[in-house]
Ligand binder design. Structure first.
Ligand code: FPP
Length: 354
């Protein structure tokens, strides 16, 4: 019997544990320094690097990027068990981006606990996040599945392109955040998300397609599926942030009114700005621009978002993107079970409560 999505979780966690050192011991240090002439304190480096990384990883996370990779691998006729280390690539990259993102956004809480920079300081958090961009490259360098050289090169080229595009999207998000007025259109928001969130989805799909030696048109179709689904996921994330703050969703692991406190330009905010009267728009902008807000002010902003129908409109947009994602994979020759899992996944990204 083929594994369900949840069945993969322990194997993925084991593969992550194999890749990311929990203990920085003398052997690990010597693998970088050769025969050190200087006495290093492994405990100090442990505190500065492994501890923050494992603090975040041990808090959980859904690991859907690794699971989706395995679904593709299986759908392409390969044995997922053989490619578990490669499933860690998008997952570890994702964990690195959320550490950095939390510093950039000044986030308070991540996965229900203080964001890493609060516990470890910005310097340590940033170094840990950056290390997580490079750790996964070790999988391609070690190449436990012994991939042909052209596929390894294609994987490096793909990662280089998609990670640069991720940072372009993040740059757009940061710029909008620093502006005193919400000026982005819904279409620009979707483009920004296609980069900042969609590219990690594309990495998941393209890596599986490259490993399984799929033709370029299949690689692009699954990449489009994953990008559209990831953008729908991002909109779902923005909706959950509001729903959670309105007390209607489960524990999302973030602070009350997180996106409002951070002054984020989300699809909901863009829609609310366009649909509200000038008084409401002015007030929403003031709250978004403020350095700090009381709970009552955050609630006021949430009410404007709600009254302007922005939650329903964003949900409709996410559903439409999910339908587009399904259309991308329809012509591909996946077996019934893979097709079903991929369709179900586009529903999960919108109808989730964490
Ligand atoms: C370059 C850079 C810093 C880019 C940052 C891009 C970024 C943080 C996008 C947000 C993606 C997102 C919705 C994360 C939550 O994922 P999730 O709900 O799957 O998280 P989980 O692993 O906790 O489940």
């Amino acid at each position: 019997m083929r594994k369900t999505l949840a069945d993969w979780r322990p194997a993925i966690d084991d593969a992550i544990a194999d890749l990311v050192p929990r203990e920085i011991d003398t052997d690990y240090l010597e693998s970088f320094f050769g025969d050190p002439t200087y006495e290093y304190d492994p405990d100090g480096i442990q505190r500065a690097l492994s501890n923050p990384i494992w603090d975040l990883l041990d808090r959980g996370g859904k690991r859907w990027r690794a699971v989706l990779f395995l679904v593709f691998i299986e759908g392409f006729g390969e044995d997922p068990a053989e490619y578990l280390p490669y499933a860690c690539i998008p997952e570890i990259l994702h964990n690195g981006t959320i550490i950095v993102d939390d510093v950039e956004d000044g986030a308070a809480i991540r996965r229900g606990e203080p964001a890493l920079h609060h516990g470890y300081g910005q310097d340590v958090a940033l170094n840990a996040g950056n290390a997580m961009y490079f750790l996964p490259l070790k999988v391609l360098a070690d190449d436990p599945a012994d991939l042909p050289a052209d596929r390894r090169l294609a994987a490096y080229e793909m990662l280089t392109y998609e990670l640069n595009r991720t940072h372009l999207g993040q740059g757009m998000d940061i710029c909008w955040h620093n502006e005193s007025e919400v000026r982005a259109t819904p279409e620009q928001y979707l483009e920004m998300c296609a980069c900042k969130t969609g590219c990690l989805g594309r990495i998941v799909a393209r890596l599986a397609a490259i490993i399984a030696d799929q033709p370029p048109e299949v690689e692009e179709a699954v990449a489009r599926y994953a990008e559209l689904t990831a953008v729908a996921f991002q909109i779902g994330d923005d909706i959950l942030d509001v729903e959670n703050s309105l007390g209607r969703a489960g524990d999302f692991g973030k602070e009350f009114g997180n996106d409002i406190h951070e002054g984020k330009t989300t699809l909901l905010v863009i829609h609310a700005m366009q649909q509200s009267d000038s008084e409401q728009a002015k007030r929403l902008q003031e709250i978004l621009n403020a350095d700090s807000n009381t709970d009552a002010e955050v609630r006021e902003a949430l009410e404007i978002i709600e009254e302007t129908g922005s939650l329903a409109s964003a949900r409709e947009r996410a559903l439409d993107l999910a339908a587009q994602a399904r259309a991308e994979i329809e012509p591909l020759e996946f077996d019934d079970e893979t097709g079903r899992k991929l369709r179900e996944f586009t529903e999960f990204v919108i109808d989730r409560d964490e």
